[in-house]
Design a protein around this ligand. Structure first.
Ligand code: C5P
Length: 222
């Protein structure tokens, strides 16, 4: 039986995971958050006190790391060497380190292999930076989701405030811009829109509007 694959790529804070989760729920697909895997690798590097610039040690650390995903009541859990690190990977520090480790070929090879394997055996909606271009080049539908950096920073700010985390709007916007630059300018699998991806700018759209649009694009494809 054919598995359906939807790929969503885009910069930090564009709403990929919120949207992808809702679509997964409606279509009964598995939602795969690939950023969580790079974040788990980032966490490992932080725990070993390896510098973000020490590419050789990060590449070597790949041999010490097993990352796997499982699902508890439909919610993705990330296991790092068997430990559930889902609750630990959301900090800005882990995000920045994820972006640093994501530049390294050995790290990407390991993650992409696992992502392809998951998609080959299930209907998935997968989000990340290289899903439409590298991981699932034959996805049934590819979306490139974006929004202005101010709007994305504001969303992240509200999200953190709701969680009671003290934060500063300008710092958040600067982090987002730095991370996007790093992701777009890296040599291997940079963040870019796949030629056949549909570009959706969510700056002035509600979550429900975006979900509806993607569902109708998907239905038109199958
Ligand atoms: O999506 P999220 O912000 O959690 O991703 C964290 C970092 O992981 C990104 O900034 C990016 O550097 C990296 N990443 C990647 N390829 C993916 C998913 C995430 O390089 N498919």
């Amino acid at each position: 039986m054919k598995n359906y694959n939807i790929a969503i790529d885009g910069p930090a804070g564009a709403g990929k995971s919120t949207i992808a989760k809702k679509i997964a729920e409606q279509l009964k697909f598995i939602y795969v958050d690939t950023g969580a895997m790079y974040r788990a690798m980032g966490l490992f590097v932080i725990s070993k006190e390896i510098a973000a610039t020490d590419e050789r040690s990060i590449a070597a650390a790949c041999n010490e790391v097993t990352i796997s995903l499982n699902y508890q009541e439909g919610v993705q859990q990330v296991l790092l060497n068997g430990d559930n690190v889902t609750g630990l990977i959301r900090s800005e520090e882990a995000g920045m380190m994820a972006s640093a480790v994501a530049k390294i070929n050995e790290v990407r090879k390991k993650m992409v292999q696992l992502q392809k394997k998951i998609a080959s055996s299930s209907n998935v909606i997968m989000d990340g930076r290289d899903i439409g271009t590298v991981v699932l080049p034959k996805a049934d539908l590819k979306i490139y989701l974006t929004a202005g950096s101010k709007e994305r920073a504001l969303r992240r700010f509200k999200e953190l405030q709701e969680k009671g985390i003290d934060c500063n709007m300008n710092d958040i916007e600067q982090d987002i811009i730095n991370r996007d630059n790093q992701d777009m300018q890296r040599e291997i699998s940079p963040l870019k829109k796949a030629e056949d991806a549909v570009l959706l700018d969510t700056s002035n759209l509600t979550v429900d509007e975006v979900v509806k649009e993607i569902l109708s694009l998907f239905k038109a494809k199958i």
